[in-house]
Design a protein around this ligand. Structure first.
Ligand code: SF4
Ligand code: MG
Length: 320
């Protein structure tokens, strides 16, 4: 197993400014010491409620945001140390697909130009060759090349996401961060796009970091799944194991939120009490203790370490 990406102790603190002078008065600990690896060709699912830091983690890896601390190793080199030129080269190898395809596509650009733009930025393929590549990409994502002259508003939500995918693939990346790529789409379209991403991965040997807020989206396509809560990774395991045998209380609540497919099958949904605490002022001890159904006295005092237990990693005082 060859690692494509290794993330070590990643942190992102956003300063909170206050008062008339806008002086820093605190910080939002959006990502607070996260470590994981992604093997070449695998899909790592990253899940958690909004505000848990999963999108920020994706942005940090691509350096669309600068990390406060930590290391990001991509093919043996630390991305956080890259200067301009190296960063440019890295961007060819690591791309992102956004949640809202409409917001991320320039409305004044024809679709063919949108897909060709990354090639232009990276000096890949010129003239007729570029046009050919755009046509090939459009076919690859299931769009007719005849539509290359049309504008984003002429397409449906699912088609727009296909355009976003084609654009991300235009520079032939190795790693693709998929940031909730189906969350904004109709349920009927979601599985089409998920299937497309799986096919493309197989065909092009892509590696995915697949971000979603619920386990139902990632469970079919992830080799491993990481669960985040308030800026921390709380459980990281083989996808199958995590779904069939969740150990962390938070993972259990996320799983209980997935509707049961067979009628008559019973599953009780675990309802969490209280709101997600603010990442500017996370609870002491285990960050989940204010909502955890299995909370013990130690949980409010000591932060559980994220450590290896069997084949998985987990941060919980219950699991020894
Ligand atoms: Fe719940 Fe305690 Fe485990 Fe945190 S450490 S998840 S509060 S049991
Ligand atoms: Mg997000």
């Amino acid at each position: 197993e060859e690692m494509l990406l290794t993330v070590r102790n990643l942190r992102k603190y956003f300063p909170i400014r206050g008062g008339l002078l806008g002086r820093p008065v605190g910080s939002v600990k959006a990502v607070d010491g996260v470590s994981f690896e992604i093997e070449k060709g695998e899909t790592l699912g990253l899940v958690g409620e909004s505000g848990c830091g999963k999108s920020t983690t994706g942005m940090l890896i691509l350096r669309l945001l600068e990390a406060t601390e930590g290391e990001i190793w991509f093919e043996g080199r630390d991305v956080t140390k890259f200067k301009r030129k190296e960063l440019r080269q890295f961007r060819r190898h690591a791309q992102i697909i956004f949640q809202d395809p409409y917001a991320s596509l320039n409305p004044r650009m024809a679709v063919g130009d949108i897909i060709a733009e990354p090639m232009m930025l990276h000096n890949l393929a010129v003239g007729a060759e570029r046009t050919k590549l755009v046509e090939k990409l459009m076919r690859l994502v299931g769009l007719s090349p005849h539509y290359a002259d049309r504008y984003p508003h002429e397409f449906s939500g699912g088609q727009r996401q296909r355009i976003g995918i084609a654009r991300a693939l235009a520079v032939q990346p190795k790693l693709v961060v998929c940031d909730e790529p189906v969350s904004a789409l109709d349920v009927s379209i979601q599985s089409q796009i998920l299937n497309l991403l799986v096919e493309l991965q197989r065909e092009l040997g892509l590696t995915y970091l697949f971000i979603a807020h619920g386990l139902n989206v990632v469970k079919h396509i992830s080799d491993r799944i990481g669960v985040m809560y308030l800026g921390k990774m709380v459980e990281l395991a083989n996808g199958e194991e995590l779904i069939t045998q969740p150990l962390h209380p938070y993972t259990k609540t996320l799983l209980s939120a997935i509707p049961v497919p067979q009628p008559g099958a019973k599953k009780s949904r675990i309802l969490l009490e209280g709101d997600v605490p603010s990442p500017a002022n996370p609870p002491k001890g285990c960050r989940f203790h204010t909502r955890c159904p299995e909370c013990m006295p130690v949980c409010a005092e000591e932060e559980p370490e994220f450590r290896k237990v069997g084949s998985r990693h987990i941060a919980c005082h219950l699991i020894q």
